[in-house]
Design a protein around this ligand. Structure first.
Ligand SMILES: Cc1ncc(COP(=O)(O)O)c(C=O)c1O
Length: 367
């Protein structure tokens, strides 16, 4: 075999098939999805991942959280927030939420830190446990922005890295700033139940070029870029978003604003109905804008909540309670908390009601 002729032929055929310029081994398509997410949120960098939990796990590792550290979060969240903290070998510490935003309360955070934390060598330590408090992860519950700007100031003051779990809040703003852009890194989810979906998928967003580079590296098996050699310089993760999902993400991103408009109309209709019935329909606090991912009510008691959920479900209208407080789950029941008065109060009373983009609205758009 004449190797020179073989190479020449391979090159010629490659050009014939794929055209001029660089021809990759196998072309990924997720750049489009990352670019659109970055542009939409106003963050400088976006790194696509296989799901939101993986994005959170990677962000927590990149924040320098080590086994034995503590991470402050909220007990009123979806399990993925705490699972990701646990994957890093750290333990969550729970502070309370505000009743209006249903997200982490800056006052509760400050009170907790003033009562339990101390600064030493540029780091923050929990005086009760002796462990480092390495990060703080608030979450924008159901797409309602929490008081993230105030939380960011407190975290800077206490040398704690802030990561926003913005899994539920694509399209939600604090003033004119998108949620997820108040912290060193934030994570999004494109799970099937979110405002837009890639089937399964997630994203890390950040303004920091070094973190962005490291996020891409660690979520793609820590492979040193080389035209064809396989060299990996640390234990990395196969957390990349599959190309098929990314292609769907591009298509969905194109429709995000339409979906958000329809969801706002839907929330306005639900809101007017519950206002008339003197029931609190949860809205973003003044100056903020929610994406209305999941609409929520606050009923007067657990009994009313249970009755509402049972009868609506019996009649084919899906409603559901908010999550069981993380502090009650066997894995996290021994984690330190501040008493969680508001979280436990809300847990008994909050109900989610149907929030999908209605088929009828979609058909009108598609016409
Ligand atoms: C608050 C929160 N964090 C993290 C996640 C995890 O995202 P994923 O399901 O894409 O792993 C979700 C949703 O699913 C979520 O609601």
């Amino acid at each position: 075999m004449d190797i020179d002729r073989l190479i020449e032929g391979t090159l010629a055929l490659s050009r014939e098939i794929f055209g001029s310029g660089f021809i990759p081994l196998h072309r990924p398509v997720f750049e489009g999805n990352e670019t659109r997410s970055k542009d939409f949120t106003g963050s400088k960098y976006a790194i696509a991942t296989v799901n939101g939990t993986a994005a959170l796990h990677a962000a927590i590792l990149l924040a320098g959280v080590k086994p034995g550290d503590e991470v402050i979060s909220q007990a009123l969240t979806f399990i993925a927030t705490c699972n990701a903290i646990s994957y890093s070998g750290a333990d969550p510490v729970f502070v309370d939420v505000d009743v209006d935003t249903m997200g982490m309360s800056p006052e509760a955070l400050k009170r907790f830190l003033e009562g339990h934390a101390e600064k030493k060598d540029g780091k923050c330590y929990n005086k009760s446990s002796g462990r480092r408090i390495a990060a703080c992860i608030p979450m924008h519950t159901f797409g309602l922005p929490c008081r993230i700007a105030e939380i960011a100031v407190i975290c800077v003051d206490w040398n704690i890295t802030l990561i926003e779990d913005a899994a539920e809040s694509l399209g939600s703003y604090v003033g004119d700033k998108h949620t997820g852009t108040f912290s060193s890194m934030a994570t999004l989810s494109f799970n099937g139940n979110k405002v837009i979906t890639t089937g399964g998928g997630g994203m890390i967003i950040t303004d920091d070029p070094i973190l962005a580079h490291r996020a891409k590296h660690t979520t793609t098996t820590a492979k040193i870029p080389h035209p064809y050699k396989f060299v990996h310089d640390e234990i990395g993760y196969n957390y990349r978003m599959p190309n098929l999902n990314a292609a769907l993400g591009c298509a969905q991103m194109e429709r995000l604003n339409e979906f958000l408009d329809i969801k706002t109309e839907l929330a306005d209709r639900w809101g007017a109905f519950f206002d008339q019935n003197d029931v609190r329909f949860v809205r973003a606090v003044d100056g903020n804008k929610a994406n209305h991912w999941l609409n929520a009510l606050v009923l007067d008691s657990k009994e009313e909540r249970d009755k509402f959920i049972k009868i609506t479900n019996d009649n084919g209208v899906m409603t559901r309670p908010i999550w069981t407080s993380m502090s009650k789950l066997p894995m996290f029941k021994d984690c330190q908390s501040d008493g969680l008065e508001n979280s436990l109060w809300l847990e008994d009373r909050v109900v989610n009601i149907p929030s999908s983009v209605p088929d009828r609205a979609l058909k009108q758009l598609d016409r």
